[in-house]
Design a protein around this ligand. Structure first.
Ligand SMILES: NC(=O)c1ccc[n+]([C@@H]2O[C@H](COP(=O)([O-])OP(=O)(O)OC[C@H]3O[C@@H](n4cnc5c(N)ncnc54)[C@H](O)[C@@H]3O)[C@@H](O)[C@H]2O)c1
Length: 392
């Protein structure tokens, strides 16, 4: 039995039964007190031919009925054991306590986690943010963790992702984990998907945020720079959706009413052209084509796919890095007539926004929460630009 294939189906089935999110931990040890799942129901649930998880749900229901609750440990015929928890820490703790485990499972959430209404939609859920080590990605990851989600911080900058996860976990409970990935490399994305399933059992929200920018005139930009930008901003979205939507679809196979979300962090440059920045805008425009197409296809798996098109994040590293941020670059290049300082360049760009300021992480987070909360929308591109770009 392939536990990576099985885990999300099992997670979906458990969530269907309990109506609450769950985390799965796994050990290959045999735990005597675990409730056994039969070969037959697991084969039916995972077989490519049958894909019928209803016997698995019925088996779980029978266990629930006979114990009064779902047992916290479920063993599989070839020896491995899954541990269930209402949080990452609860599932890990159950696994650590395995030999002495009592067969009780309460789906109660950590009441200490505060939430502000809209954030309830991600509370206790499992999220993934690519490019989560800095910039918008870090703001989104922090915001989701603050709303009570568990967040996988995926980044090519392994050290940065690990340090940021440690920072989020410093408060005590485990709210985040780092996973190294190059989103433009399919085998790396595949390994990331396996790490996520092995660590938590599945995924509820994918935020595809990793992105790069190499500006340049069409007359001068090197083809390899164009390819680099396209590979990360456009192709990688396909790769990430391919491997993570498969995990989500498996959850839906286990639980036929489960709903999941993919949110692409696009850009206002996905809605209108960007002068001497064609590689970036082209990839972002293309991203919306993928969002719409994947939305049509994945609706049958209970997955909504939407894009958020933020305006410029002036306070983030891309613009404000003191050595190579865009403000410094534009000042040096004399791009803004009369500008003497970085502050002059920033004021010039802020004046282009009707609302007079750049976009912040919480602006984007609010839009993500809206996309998750809104059950009746998919395939949309939501501008978050302070009025700078409006839909036609
Ligand atoms: N900064 C802005 O003004 C702005 C505006 C609109 C949209 N966006 C979009 O928001 C997203 C984030 O932008 P940002 O400005 O925060 O960027 P950033 O450069 O600050 O951070 C990007 C993160 O992605 C990671 N990354 C880069 N290549 C990767 C790869 N191949 N695999 C995995 N991780 C990789 C980086 O290590 C970094 O942590 C991008 O999609 C960008 O297009 C940014």
């Amino acid at each position: 039995m392939d536990r990576i294939a099985l885990a999300p189906i099992l997670r979906g089935a458990i969530m269907e039964l309990t109506g609450a999110p769950v985390f799965l931990a796994w050990t290959q040890d045999v735990v005597d007190s675990a409730a056994p799942l039969s070969q037959e129901v697991l084969e039916l649930a995972t077989s490519k031919l049958h894909q019928d998880a209803s016997p698995l749900r019925e088996a779980l229901k029978a266990l629930q009925n006979s114990h009064g609750e779902l047992p916290q440990a479920l063993s599989t015929p070839n020896g491995g054991t899954f541990f269930l928890g209402a949080s990452y820490d609860a599932a890990q703790k159950a696994m650590e306590a395995a030999p002495s485990i009592t067969q009780h499972f309460f789906l109660q959430h950590d009441q200490a986690t505060p939430s502000s209404g809209r954030g309830d939609v991600v509370k206790g859920r499992i999220a993934l943010v690519t490019g989560g080590a800095q910039g918008f990605g870090a703001e989104i990851a922090r915001g989701l963790a603050d709303e009570g989600a568990f967040v996988w911080i995926a980044d090519i900058n392994e050290e940065g992702a690990a340090a940021f996860a440690a920072e989020l976990n410093a408060s005590g409970s485990t709210r985040a984990a780092a996973v190294a990935v190059d989103v433009s490399d399919e085998s790396s994305v595949q390994a990331m998907a396996a790490t996520i399933v092995a660590g938590t059992g599945g995924l509820d929200l994918l935020v595809s945020n990793a992105g790069v920018l190499r500006a340049g005139s069409v007359l001068q930009l090197e083809a390899h720079d164009f390819d680099f930008v396209t590979r990360i901003n456009y192709t990688a979205f396909f790769l990430v959706v391919k491997h993570l939507a498969a995990v989500m679809a498996a959850q839906r196979q286990g639980g036929p009413t489960q709903s999941m979300d993919i949110v692409q962090i696009n850009s206002k440059s996905g809605l209108e052209g960007s002068n001497k920045n064609g590689a970036y805008a082209g990839g972002k425009f293309g991203g919306l084509g993928l969002v719409q197409s994947f939305a049509l296809e994945l609706v049958e798996h209970g997955i909504k796919v939407n894009a958020i098109c933020p305006g410029n994040f002036f306070d983030g590293p891309l613009w404000s890095h003191p050595e190579n941020g865009l403000f410094v670059q534009y000042l040096r290049a004399g791009k803004v007539p009369g500008a003497q300082t970085v502050a002059d360049v920033k004021a010039f760009y802020e004046a282009k926004v009707p609302m007079g300021r750049g976009c912040y992480g919480p602006d984007v987070l609010r839009a993500i929460l809206y996309c998750v909360e809104q059950a009746y929308e998919t395939g949309q591109a939501l501008p978050v630009t302070g009025g700078q770009v409006m839909l036609k």
